[in-house]
Each structure stands twice: as C-alpha cells, then as structure tokens.
Design a protein around this ligand. Structure first.
Ligand code: CAA
Length: 388
C-alpha cells in the first residue's frame, strides 16, 4: 500500500473519499486512458462520472451545488484521478481552478450564473490567462478590454494554451484595461463561450495529456456586460495569482498521482521480470531506483497535503503551494523516467503505460507556473521572510 502513516493522518471522510476515488480510477479511468490518449478523445463519460462523484467542485460550498469539502479532499481526489488518467484530472483541475476564483470573488448573481452550472460536470470551464506573447510574464497580457458607452466591455486579443476550452461552456478571461498600468490594468471577466466574437482558432497537438483539449482562443469585439466583471477593474492579476496558488495544490496532487502510477508499474514489473537469474526486484541497482522514487512520491504527497492543510486553515499558501507544485511535478517527471528505465524496452513501447506517464508528466512542470516560476515565487517568499 502507499503508506499506512499517510492514511492514518487522514480523517474518516478523507479515507472514504480516497478509497472511492481509487476504486473509481481503477475501474473507470485507467482502463480507457491509453485509448483516449492515442485517439485524442475527450473523456466525456468519465467527466460526467466525476460530476456524479462530486469531484468537479470538491471545495465549492454545498449551497452552490458543490461538494462542500476542503482542499485536502481536493488534493486526495486529484491524486487518485491522475493516477488513473492524468488527462481526466486536468479537466477536473482547471474546472476547480475556475470555480475557486468565482467562489472567492463573485457576487451572489455571478455565483448563480457562473458557479452553480459548473459544479456537476454537466458544464466545464476554462481559465484564459496566457497569451502567445505572455505565459510566465502574466502581467504583460495584451488582450484589451475597452469600456463602451453603455459601460460594457469589448474584449480583443488572443489567448493561448487554454485547457478545456474546446468543450467548455464558459470561463474567465483576463484582459487589460490599460497596458501602461502593467499588472494593475489586468481585469477578470466571466463569460459564456458561445458569444459573438469568441472563437477557437486552433486546437493544439500535444506531447501528452492528449485526451484533454488545449486551444487558442480569439476574441474579436467580444462584448462582456459590466455585471460579468469579476472583482473590480484592475483586480485581475491578484485574482489570477491567488487562484493559481490554490490551483498549484491541484497540479501538485496531479503530479503525485502520475508519479505514484509510475512507481506502481515499476514495482509490478520488477517483481515479475527475471534478469541475471533473479527477479529485477532483487537487484540492488533496481532497488535503489524504487527507493528514490518512493521517497520522492511520499515527500511530494506530504508537501501537497501541507499546502492543502494550510489553505483549509486560512493560512498563506503562496510559498508552500509553489514548493509542492515544484517538487511534485519534478517527481512526476523523475518517476516516469525511472519507470521507463526499469522497464527497459517494454517501457519505451506503447504496450505499457510508462511512456504515457512520461509524456503526461512533462506538462506539470509547465502549466500553472513553470518550475522556474515556482523557484522565483519560493525565493521571493524566503527573501521577504528574512527581510521582515
Ligand atoms: N497572491 C496574491 N497577490 C499576489 C500574489 C499571490 N500569490 N503574487 C503576487 N501578488 C501581487 C503582489 O503582491 C503585487 O501586488 P502590489 O501591486 O499590491 O504590490 C502584484 O501582485 C504584482 O506582484 P509581482 O511584482 O510579484 O508580479 P510579477 O509581474 O513580478 O509576477 C510572477 C510574478 C510570480 C512571475 C507571476 O507573473 C506568475 O506567477 N507567473 C506565472 C503565471 C502562471 O502561472 N500562468 C499559468 C497560466 S494558467 C494555467 O496554466 C491554467 C491551465 O490552463 C492549466
């Protein structure tokens, strides 16, 4: 099992959730993951089931149709889903990222219109921050939002690498009301996707996470009523950064799930495969790899749960979420790499899922802030705490 010590630290609710999600992932996600990946098929039925299980809105209050649990539960659910199929977990992760922002910053009317419909898996959302010219440098966004005579906003520009956007019914778009204001000009807008001027320019062909869509969105005079402005004009950057802090707990959990899957596959293979007259698992060179993988998976999980615990207790998570995301995503890459190494030729073929874990792991070091950005965030926090 994956560590009695970890399980014992969980409440009964969290343990039940973990078991439910693990059984669901084993029975309904893992068996379809490679076909969906190969055929780049959106996992519609699996997302519907995530909705039924309450996983599309884990930390959203029940009065808005959410599951009413906490970020610890979210982290547990994400890990188990990602262990079964990481591409399904990114649909869940981006939806929860969006819902977190709307729950925290939305007015009551906005919550009814833009939160409630997205909680059950029937509708999913996107989160449009990045642009062709600004990924890491989020405050340099050049999609513009100009108020018209009626006080509504006209949005123009291009958003890039937007997860979920092909199937989404709506989402958040970050745009600037005045580029000279830099981050203080960024403003967040809620919108449905099926509105005049908003279109998908291109669906990306990707290395991994092939069952989830990633598209470029073009905005050509998209009219967003003032009532759909999330927060106030100029609040967008802080809304984005705050919700990404929480989102990074999700990506950390997702990465831990990929790493766990790679570890389990490596153990299973090492127990069965014979070389040099004994099972691989008896060879110290292989044991060292398994030990290093297990160590990293458990530290990734602990860092993720620590960040979730801090969030659930109303404490600052910027540094801790960045640490969890950084360590867990690098762990996913490391474990998938070592898994292929242990499996050798078998790991390199598509007969086993090791190569898919490797491809899926790679993006966890890129989206919701690259590893380099996480290091900048951590360094800033550490330096601030020393100067204070
Ligand atoms: N929470 C709240 N406020 C924050 C914050 C946080 N975590 N981090 C910074 N801020 C505030 C600062 O306090 C500052 O406020 P003041 O104006 O009051 O001083 C303001 O924001 C500007 O802060 P910085 O000067 O630190 O901003 P910066 O321009 O140097 O950027 C950065 C900092 C860390 C590099 C940031 O741009 C960043 O995180 N970039 C990565 C963007 C990212 O993660 N993109 C992911 C795209 S979304 C995605 O991937 C979803 C998907 O589809 C999978």
């Amino acid at each position: 099992d994956r560590g009695i010590a970890c399980l014992a630290a969980l409440s009964e609710t969290h343990q039940i959730l973990q078991k439910t999600c693990r059984d669901f992932a084993n029975a309904e996600l893992a068996p379809h993951a490679r076909r969906h990946d190969r055929e780049q098929l959106y996992p519609a039925e699996q997302v519907r089931r995530l909705g039924e299980l309450g996983l599309m809105s884990v930390a959203v209050q029940e009065e808005y149709g959410g599951t009413g649990l906490d970020y610890q539960a979210y982290a547990i659910g994400m890990e188990e889903v990602a262990r079964g199929d990481a591409a399904v977990s990114i649909v869940m992760g981006v939806n929860n990222l969006y819902l977190g922002a709307v729950q925290q910053h939305g007015t009551e009317a906005q919550k009814q219109e833009f939160l409630v419909p997205y909680t059950q898996g029937k509708h999913i959302a996107f989160y449009a921050l990045s642009e062709p010219g600004s990924g890491s440098d989020a405050s340099a966004a050049s999609t513009t939002a100009k108020p018209n005579a009626g006080g509504d906003y006209l949005l123009n520009g291009t958003k890039a690498w937007i997860s979920n956007s092909k199937e989404a019914s709506g989402g958040i778009i970050f745009a600037t009301i005045d580029k000279s204001l830099k981050h203080k000009g960024i403003t967040a807008f809620l919108t449905e996707k099926n509105v005049p001027g908003l279109s998908i320019a291109k669906k990306e062909s990707k290395l991994g996470m092939c069952a989830s869509s990633t598209c470029q969105l073009t905005l050509d005079d998209v009219c967003v009523p003032q009532s759909q402005l999330l927060g106030s004009p100029g609040d967008g950057f802080k809304i984005a950064m705050g919700s990404l802090d929480c989102g990074r707990i999700g990506i950390a959990a997702q990465s831990t799930g990929i790493a766990q899957a790679a570890l389990e596959l490596a153990i299973d293979y090492a127990e069965k495969r014979v070389a040099f007259g004994q099972r691989l698992a008896r060879l110290q060179m292989i044991q060292q790899k398994l030990a290093d993988m297990a160590l990293r998976v458990e530290t990734a999980r602990l860092l993720t749960w620590r960040a979730a615990w801090l969030k659930d207790n109303g404490l600052s998570i910027t540094k801790e979420a960045a640490m969890a995301k950084l360590h867990a995503s690098e762990t996913a890459t490391y474990c998938a790499h070592q898994c292929i190494q242990i499996l050798g030729g078998m790991g390199y073929t598509t007969d086993l899922p090791a190569e898919m874990y490797y491809r899926n792991a790679r993006v966890t070091e890129i989206y919701e802030g690259t590893s380099e950005i996480q290091r900048i965030v951590i360094a800033n926090c550490v330096l601030q705490s020393i100067s204070n």
